[in-house]
Design a protein around this ligand. Structure first.
Ligand code: SAH
Length: 223
């Protein structure tokens, strides 16, 4: 496992969270979740000193762990839109692109159940290893093609994707609960991506296009 630095660098993480708040993340649930998760456990040992900087880092196989500010932004959009229980948590959520497992762990603080799907076997296995010592009961790791969603967990209160394709897979909309929200990057033109929010309302699908983002491509099939 990526053991990270020997001791938990609590001050570095607190600084990261203060910076997130200063840059406009206001939801206390999201800020609490970001302070609870030890990001340095999810990057290679040599990169652990950079774990609390606002930067994407390589996690192997050409993939990256997203910047903390992007994770916080997307999860804030998700919790503010999706169907919430009385405890202020989302119900079941689908996390597309497990990668290191970091975002799934942040989500486990914000949702009742997290289904996290990864198409690359090696990363799926690595996420398992990263998660094992944390013993988190409400995360389900799945090896599979997230473009078809994960029907066993539907309907989802929220779906969040860490990889961007040309269009939103229709399975995501099908598997979303009424009142639920999708937060995902979408390729706008050429290689440029935009962050998109999709709400499934009683009256229909409402799409909101937000700021430019940069994610790895959404690919089909398992490898
Ligand atoms: N959320 C991750 C970030 C991973 S990067 C983290 O916190 O570390 C995005 C991941 O999406 C990559 O691992 C990539 O393999 C995966 N991915 C791309 N297309 C996919 C698909 N169709 N289904 C599942 N995972 C996919």
């Amino acid at each position: 496992m990526a053991a990270g630095i020997a001791r938990d660098p609590i001050p570095a993480r607190a600084r990261m969270v203060r910076q997130l708040a200063a840059e406009g993340i206001t939801d206390p649930r999201v800020l609490r979740a970001m302070s609870a998760v030890e990001r340095h456990r999810f990057v290679e040992t040599g990169l652990a000193p950079q774990a609390y900087e606002d930067t994407a880092l390589p996690i192997g196989l050409g993939q990256t762990i997203s910047k903390p500010s992007v994770v916080a932004r997307m999860l804030e959009l998700l919790v503010q839109g999706g169907v919430q229980g009385a405890d202020g948590r989302l119900g079941r959520v689908l996390d597309i692109g497990t990668g290191s497992g970091y975002q799934a762990v942040v989500l486990s603080h914000l949702a009742a159940e997290v289904y996290s799907i990864e198409r690359l076997r090696d990363l799926h296995e690595k996420a398992r290893v990263n998660l094992r010592p944390l013993r988190i009961p409400n995360i389900h790791l799945i090896l599979g093609d997230g473009m078809v969603g994960f029907a066993k967990g539907e309907p989802y209160a929220g779906i969040v994707a860490a990889a961007g394709g040309d269009a939103l897979p229709s399975a995501w909309i099908d598997q979303l609960a009424e009142g639920g929200r999708i937060v995902a990057p979408i390729v706008a033109s050429g290689a440029a991506q935009l962050l998109m929010v999709v709400d499934k309302t009683r009256a229909g699908i409402v799409q909101t296009v937000l700021e430019p983002v940069k994610f790895v491509p959404l690919k089909s099939g398992i490898a």
